[in-house]
Every structure is written in structure tokens, then in C-alpha cells.
Design a protein around this ligand. Sequence first.
Ligand code: NAI
Length: 342
Amino acid sequence: MTTRIPATLIPGDGIGPEIVDATLAALEALGAPFEWDRQIAGLEGVTVANDPLPKATLDSIRRTRLALKGPLETPSGGGYRSSNVRLREEFKLYANLRPARTVVPGGRFDDIDLVVVRENLEGLYIGHEHYVQIDDDPHAVAMATGINTRAGCRRILEFAFEHAVATGRKKVTVVHKANIMKALTGIFKETAEQMYEERYHGRFQFETVIVDACAMKLVLNPWQFDMLVTTNLFGDILSDLVAGLVGGLGMAPGANIGADAAIFEAVHGSAPDIAGQGKANPVALMLAAAQMLEHVKLNDLARRLRQGIGATLNIDNVRTGDLGGRASTGEFTQALLRRLKA
Ligand code: NAI
């Protein structure tokens, strides 16, 4: 008998429950051995437990160290902090892993197979910001502090380099802006160069590139890249850019991996404009589930899930509205289940 794998499930807000149900149906059809502990967060957390990240949800992830989550809304007003940011901090989810692969051919760029590794906890996103008042203007000056540590750089670079070796990536590109932010991003570049020379030389090709040049090169010729690794702010921007190369956020999964847990999600939000209408594309969350299967070393199931999604979209031509099709979330899921069970 296969060992059951305890995992936390957070359906989330808006289209979350619809795409989570679709993803669970696909995982069940594959016989994935997850033992789900269903928890709440986001708007649902506020409504039910008066907290967007209730203690029971945190306790569950602390126990399982593994979660699949739908998108979470941060209620505006009420002074709530983003649940996603809190989850990252709470479980030290320092690595954000965003693969971008062409699933539907015929878009602007075909045959894309890229991965962006983003540092998730440091840099300019640490929230050390303030205004300085001058005369009667309270916002006369705005200031932000970024912090990158040697240990933080090493941790994310080691994650990226090990992932590159384990998944057979040929080239790793370190993205920085050390010509201007000499200390803040210089430390990242310098640490990467040292680590490559000391421990990874020859195991993959290594290059460094300045972030603005990288953005242009990605749009002109994305095939020259294989894996990008970079600091928080640049990673945030570039990972959305590469999602755009393969058909947008409806197709983009993401993994947040850290010392204490790993949380898998779709990159898009709760899409309140289409929630409850059966129009949502569940593929991004399903691809996140494929990442989760790989994380627990069920590579064969991940491969079958990706192949099934590809066949449903491209051979059966069953697609949701965002991909130009007419299928509902349920119709897409049923077509996928037929593929997975075939
Ligand atoms: P959004 O990603 O929810 O929606 C942007 C547009 O894309 C909308 O037109 C939506 O209908 C469409 N869309 C998104 N996902 C889709 C899917 N799977 N299938 C078909 N169409 C899809 O971004 P928005 O509107 O800025 O954010 C809505 C809420 O989601 C906000 O409260 C935001 O804070 C939250 N959010 C949560 C995230 C998370 O939990 N990881 C990430 C991004 C936003």
C-alpha cells in the first residue's frame, strides 16, 4: 500500500474553491496519496474566524509541512496584513519557484521552458519604509531600505543551483543590478560567483546579467535562458514577465519552498469578476499540484498530470474562455479526467 502523505488544503477565496475542486478530482484520478487536512484562510478566514490566517491553519501547515492553496484575498481596511506574506515569513519560505513552459502552442513564443527562482524574504520587500515630513507635506520624502544577507544569498543560490543540477538545467543566469545597487545586489552577484567557482563549476553553464538587459533579452529571445535566479523585487517582476511568455497568469503555477514548509499555488488571484460562474481555468493550480507531486518525489504522477493537461488542451481542444475556448471549469475537468483514466 502507498504511504499516505499528509497535506494541508486551503480552498481560498473567489474562484479558489472551484479550481481546488477541479485539481483534487485530477489528483484523485491519478491516485495521488495525499491525505488532506482542509483549512481556511483569506477572506473566508476573516468571516469564519476573524483572522485571515487562523491558528488552526498555521498549526496544520506546521504539522504537514506541505500545502496546496487557492488564491487568498486580503481584505482592504481592517489593517490586515497579506496572508501570503505572513505565510512566507511564518514558514521561512525563502524560495519562490516559478516554471514557465509552453502548454498551448501557437502563442507569441513557442517551446518555452524556463524557470525563475526568486528570493522571497529579503531585499527591497522587507517593508522597512517611511516618509519624512517637510513643512506641511507629510509625504515630502519617501524612503525604503533593502536588506540582503550573505546567508540569505547563499541559501537561495544553493537552492537554485541544486535544483538546476537535479533537474538537468544547462544554464543558470544570475540577475542583478550591481552596477547601480553595488552593495544590495552586488552581494548577490558576488556570492553567486564564489559559490559557482567553489562547488558547481562545470556542472552547468553560469552567467550574470543586469536586470534591465535581462528583461529585454527575455522578450527578444527567451530561448537563450534556462534558469534565472534573482533577488526579491527583480524576481517578482521577471516571474510575471515569463508567465506572460507562455499565455499569462491562468497558466502559471508557483511553489514557495522553505526551511519549514512548502506551499504550492496558482500565481493568479481570486478573480472575483468570474467567481462562482464556472468560467475559471484550473490549469495553473493543476500545474502547481504537479510541482507538489515532484516535491514529494512522485515524478511519474507529475508527468502524467502535465501530459493529461496538454492532451486535453491541444488534442481534445477543450479550453476555458481565457484560452479562447468555450468549456466551463467542470467540462475541462471532466475531459481531463477521461485522459487521466485512459
Ligand atoms: P486576479 O489574478 O484575480 O485577476 C486578474 C484577471 O485575470 C481577472 O480578469 C480574472 O478574471 C482573470 N483570471 C485570473 N485567474 C483566472 C483563471 N484561473 N481563469 C480565468 N481567468 C482568470 O487579480 P486581481 O483581480 O488583481 O486580484 C483579485 C484578488 O486576488 C485580490 O484580493 C488580490 O489580493 C488576490 N490575489 C491573491 C493572490 C494569491 O493568493 N496568491 C495572488 C494575486 C492576487
